[in-house]
Ligand binder design. Structure first.
Ligand code: 13P
Length: 250
């Protein structure tokens, strides 16, 4: 019922030329693959050319962030209508690196989420706890607050296309993947919170991706968990064969 999504977040890597070289090498490796949705999130300078390069294929591309307004004096920002103008309908919101280094807040994620919804885009809202929060048994509380704030005043009808990514901060770029059991437990907490915010049907239908040191070697065990509906992959999405290996997990 929940079609899995395997997404690659390229963060601040790859020039447009490197991005297009990736796409040329990657497309043949996943040609005809229909079991999972495949998404790439390049940097903003590469996004338009990647959008063109994947047009008509089974791969889609999205933005790593966006502002909630359509235009204005906001230096350094990209708007929903600008993304739509290049055919981009997917956007990551609230990534932990945005929260950690650029003071992103769940309140702003809420504004961005509502903008994405009103423009018919597919938002992927990232949540996750810090190591200290996990060690202090605050994981459930942190996830609850992040989900509730991001979904404030979002109705069930509006949450139809919502995707959540659970990315425990201690697992990002560290090689310390959450065990499938730990990830599944957190996904269940998030699903419980989704039910509180938007009702049980949305909770059942919303795809929750896991992110944090996903690799070809650990994807199968993660995907074997009924709670896990896909992956948001950082480092291992930068190399075509490696990312294709993750997409084609068994
Ligand atoms: P890594 O896969 O490099 O740990 O990054 C995860 C991530 O932040 C994806 O958004």
């Amino acid at each position: 019922m929940r079609k899995p999504i395997i997404a690659g977040n390229w963060k601040m890597y790859k020039t447009p030329k490197e991005s297009l070289a990736f796409v040329s090498a990657f497309l043949p490796l996943v040609e005809g693959h229909d079991r999972d949705e495949i998404l790439l999130f390049p940097t903003v300078t590469s996004l338009a050319s990647v959008m063109e390069a994947v047009a008509g294929t089974n791969v889609r591309a999205g933005a790593q962030n966006m502002h909630w307004l359509n235009e204005g004096a906001y230096t350094g920002q990209t708007s929903p209508t600008m993304l739509l103008s290049i055919g981009c309908r997917h956007v990551l919101l609230g990534h932990s690196e945005q929260r950690m280094y650029f003071n992103e807040t769940s309140e702003r994620v809420n504004l961005k989420l509502k903008a994405a919804i009103s423009h018919g885009m597919t938002p992927i809202v990232c949540v996750g706890e810090l190591l200290a929060e996990r060690e202090n048994s605050q994981t459930e509380e942190v996830l609850r607050t992040q989900v509730r704030t991001a979904l404030h005043n979002v109705s069930a009808a509006e949450a139809q296309r919502l995707v959540i990514a659970y990315e425990p901060v201690w697992a990002i770029g560290t090689g310390a993947t959450a065990t499938p059991e730990i990830a599944a437990e957190a996904h269940a907490m998030i699903r419980h919170e989704l039910a509180h915010c938007c009702g049980s049907q949305i909770a059942q239908e919303t795809r929750i991706l896991y992110g944090g040191s996903v690799k070809p070697e650990n994807i199968s065990a993660l995907m074997a968990q009924q709670q896990i509906d896909g992956a948001l992959v950082g480092g291992a999405s930068l190399v075509p064969a490696t990312f294709a290996g993750i997409v084609r997990y068994r």
